[in-house]
Write a protein that binds this ligand. Structure first.
Ligand SMILES: [Zn+2]
Length: 267
């Protein structure tokens, strides 16, 4: 698609080459095929799961359409961290490229038919969609979070600490979010499933947690352990909550602070 579309739409500077190679922790890049040439090439990592490789290819295609005018002489290079976190150095071109890839590979109208916005999804359902679109489970969870009407939070942890997290809009609006990047390190709650993976439970259906574990309220916690990538992730599904109207800039709202405190203290 990248080759055909750009040849027709931008014949003076198309994407002429798409090449997959094993690149270690380097995920991909968008570059001129040779210095001084107008045509572009995408190089992407295939030494990862097929879903991840496919997403990176979509991500680099997004950089071409949205950001090629910003590319320096060297092009745009994307590391594993950039793509997993969706942003780099305060500039959101990584997030934009991710959003493009997600929209291209997981069409919203189709996704909403698979999992209606008001449905209490679990990781089995979302995993079926990941298979349907040929995308990694985490990328599919992020897309689901972008449209669900449910209060839900994805927490990704490494070595017992929250690495990053993303809340659905209804969760964000009601103060259920973690400031893993801007605040002090946040330890995962002692009694959480993410801290204690249990091979005897179906972790993708999850368990019901009391209010002492996540955000001071009862939740359903579902967990994914990705040993190959050295991280664990939990999807926390919360109940309905009164709309406290935190506004668009929720992360700065002082009322939101106790949520972090409660969470860190384990209540
Ligand atoms: Zn990128």
């Amino acid at each position: 698609m990248a080759l055909d579309y750009t040849r027709q739409a931008f014949p003076n500077e198309p994407i002429a080459v798409v090449q997959g190679e094993k690149l270690g922790r380097f995920e991909g890049c968008l570059q001129r095929i040779r210095p001084g040439e107008s045509a572009w090439g995408i190089l992407h990592n295939v030494g990862v799961s097929p879903g991840r490789a496919r997403f990176t290819l979509g991500h680099e295609f997004g950089h071409y359409l949205l950001h090629r005018h910003l590319a320096g002489a060297d092009g745009i290079f994307c590391s594993t961290e950039d793509i997993a976190r969706g942003q780099v150095g305060g500039v959101n071109i990584e997030r934009e490229a991710d959003d493009f890839a997600a929209a291209l590979l997981m069409p919203l109208d189709d996704f909403r038919r698979q999992i209606p916005p008001d449905l209490k999804a679990d990781l089995h359902l979302i995993s079926a969609c990941a298979d349907r679109y040929g995308i990694s489970l985490i990328a599919t969870v992020l897309k689901w979070l972008s449209y669900t009407e449910r209060r839900a939070v994805l927490v990704v942890a490494r070595d017992g600490f929250v690495d990053w997290s993303r809340s659905s809009e209804p969760a964000l609006r009601t103060g259920a979010f973690l400031r893993a990047k801007s605040g002090p390190p946040i330890e995962v709650p002692e009694k959480s499933l993410i801290a204690n993976p249990d091979p005897l439970t179906d972790m993708r259906v999850g368990i019901t947690q009391g209010p002492s574990v996540w955000f001071g309220e009862e939740s359903r916690e579902m967990t994914l352990v990705a040993d190959a990538y050295d991280f664990r992730a939990s999807l926390i599904l919360l109940g309905d909550a009164p709309d406290r109207n935190f506004g668009a800039d929720a992360e700065e709202d002082p009322v939101a602070i106790p949520v972090d405190e409660r969470f860190r203290g384990g209540l």
